[in-house]
Design a protein around this ligand. Sequence first.
Ligand code: 6PG
Length: 464
Amino acid sequence: MAKIDTVVVIGLGVMGKNLALNILDKNFRVIGYDVDQTKRIEIYHNQYISIDKLEGLKSYNQTPVAVFLMLPADKISDDYISTVFPLLHPESVVIDGGNSHFKDSIRRVQTFAERNYQYLGVGISGGAEGALKGPSMMIGGHKTSYEKLAHIFNEIGASFEEKSCARYVGASGAGHFVKMIHNGIEYAIMQSIAEIYTVLKASGSITPLEIAEVFQSWQDSHLDSYLLRISAEIIAHKEQNERGFTLDLIKDQAKHKGTGKWVSQFAFDLGVPINGINAALESRFLSSDKALRSKIDGIYNSEKQILQSNNESRQSLIQWSKELLELNYILSFAQGISLIQKGSIDFNLNVQLPEVLAAWMNGCIIECKFISALLEIYKKQPALEHLLLEDSIAKNVKQLQYNSRKLVALAISNHIPLNVSANNISYFDYLKTLHSSANLIQAQRDFFGQHGFERIDKDGIFHF
Ligand code: 6PG
């Protein structure tokens, strides 16, 4: 069969338009559709065709096409997809490139397969620039459908050392599943960077420009990452003719579109601890009610202290911050990966972890140098039970923990909330606790509710 060389992009908002331009740049023919006429005609290219009605696709049904649905998740419904398929050549493949819930993705691949239609759920990361220059793509669905389009994905996706970051990561729903957890890790790393920024700023001895320089200087380590790079740029940014920093003019109330919340909801359902990732989401919630924060600040925050500011403590503070951020990177990925492993089993997603990590090497928001180390680890030990069990990680964490603890303790004694950092350290501490306090919890449960407890000295269920 001839290779598919025509791509339909439905939804020409920022992501859809940029993806269409990216596809055109790779010499495929693009048919673009959007309800908004201005968006439809904004693209100029000799390989570009604009259609003003979805039914217009019928004119191109002599050969199979790849259809990217680049619509907000709430606009992609089973009914909508059902109207698209009959307009196409039967060998065509429809790709959901929005942030859809992976359970919708699983259902759709199966439902449409029963009607002999081919559907792939693809998590796309990298924002508007990624869509234009090459995003990271996490592809899930039937492998035969993927294989028909592999040449397109490989061309339009980001690459790392000439290897594509558009990867087939697993069965139906796996693409959106992995993208969902990518976003949980994204929230945790964003918040970790924000926490380090807060501590350094609160020291009173390090200016925002110096913080930006410090962040830039960390790019020579495992911390080299997209999020740290943009944070350095953001912190140093000043608007034209303004003396102050732009960041100081931005409201300190974080919003979210929901995918990070899905991660926590999902982890609760599965009983997988992801303390740091949950704390990142809750930090956004905590930030949102500024009026309440002002009232509480008025009552409690009068004794706020400033961290030490002599040169020695300044250098230590920077070093401890670097180590804490590195620890946060490790524990954020460790939590995300354990959720991927458990979810993959429970939902039969057959997620290939090395493929996921290869997709995250470039083009996505959580892209960072540390992922190369993770990729090597999971290539050698694909069934590794937990990242903290791996030798090189254990060696690193053992070193990083001391100064990280000092910094979190210092922040707590200075009234500075480090939600992700503190939760990550508790996560680590709990996992390495041989005798936990859960015996008391079990005893209490039995005491008031007759729920029973197990003993270490004999088998069976016992009661007080
Ligand atoms: C990406 C991002 C992106 C994200 C939105 C909204 O990988 O490109 O993860 O898909 O979903 O930026 O994020 P919020 O939940 O923070 O609104």
